[in-house]
Write a protein that binds this ligand. Sequence first.
Ligand SMILES: Nc1ncnc2c1ncn2[C@@H]1O[C@H](COP(=O)(O)OP(=O)(O)O)[C@@H](O)[C@H]1O
Ligand SMILES: [Mg+2]
Length: 292
Amino acid sequence: MKFGIATRNENSWSSTQIREALAKRRISSECFCLSRLVARVGCAPYFEAANVDVQKELDALLIRPIGRGSVDELVFRMDVLYRLQRLGLYVINSPEAIEHCVDKYDVLAILEENGVPVPRTATTENVNEAMNAFCELGGDVIVKPLFGSRGVGATRVRDKDVASTVFRAITFHHGVVYLQEFVNHGHSDIRAFVIGNRVIAAMRRMADCWKTNYSQGAHPAPIELDKMIEGLSIKSAELVGCKIAGVDILESPKGPVVVEVNSQPGWRGLQSVSRVNVADEIVDFVLSELKK
Ligand SMILES: Nc1ncnc2c1ncn2[C@@H]1O[C@H](COP(=O)(O)OP(=O)(O)O)[C@@H](O)[C@H]1O
Ligand SMILES: [Mg+2]
């Protein structure tokens, strides 16, 4: 048996953890970057990366961060995942799930349609409409890149002139403005790690400012989730088709709200405060899926 790990950085901590979990089970693995892959039509091998015939040699493909890129690069990488899945390879998370989750608007729209509480959010390509939404959302918003992660590029804006400058800069570069009411969460949030239909581990992330990403320096602490938040996490992952998910939940004064579902979550911070081995859980879950 052989697993593929598609990743931006094959020496990353999480990919190494997965490789070690596979090695413990005597499963071989092949790590490669989707940007190095050759896809062929009309001649074989259909997918080749690092001299591996991805379709023929692998039993499963785990998608770690698929990477940033231009529209062409990202559309092509998604095309590859869709075709691999059509040709019968087990891809986790599925391309459908990844597509929903990389887009912060899409994920929140699906959650709201299914009764999951989310913060009030507006998305637009138009500067004037963005200014109207800024006022509508109380003049205190978080502006986020539509396709961002790890807190990079997310900014709190509380001033009209700053808002106008930020929105103009985004639209000048043909970006889409995504703005969200500021949720007063007291500098901490919850990350629930969902595998299948279970939360296998969770943490509270504590920061000294509103941005609580582990990669931005927040400190993780172990947490027992109450049934409501646990249920919300599992439901959110399921709604967007994620079998592996990092669900981010803010505790607003009005109750919990889900801000995003990560389809390629890291777990270094979480592992430092968890008893379960996350990589083991992921590998065992994939093995159980392959048996079905
Ligand atoms: N509406 C909000 N109000 C207050 N803080 C927020 C809001 N949205 C996000 N944050 C903070 O910013 C962090 C990053 O936002 P998130 O939506 O999870 O994007 P990313 O993909 O960059 O992690 C969150 O973990 C949270 O600490
Ligand atoms: Mg997040």
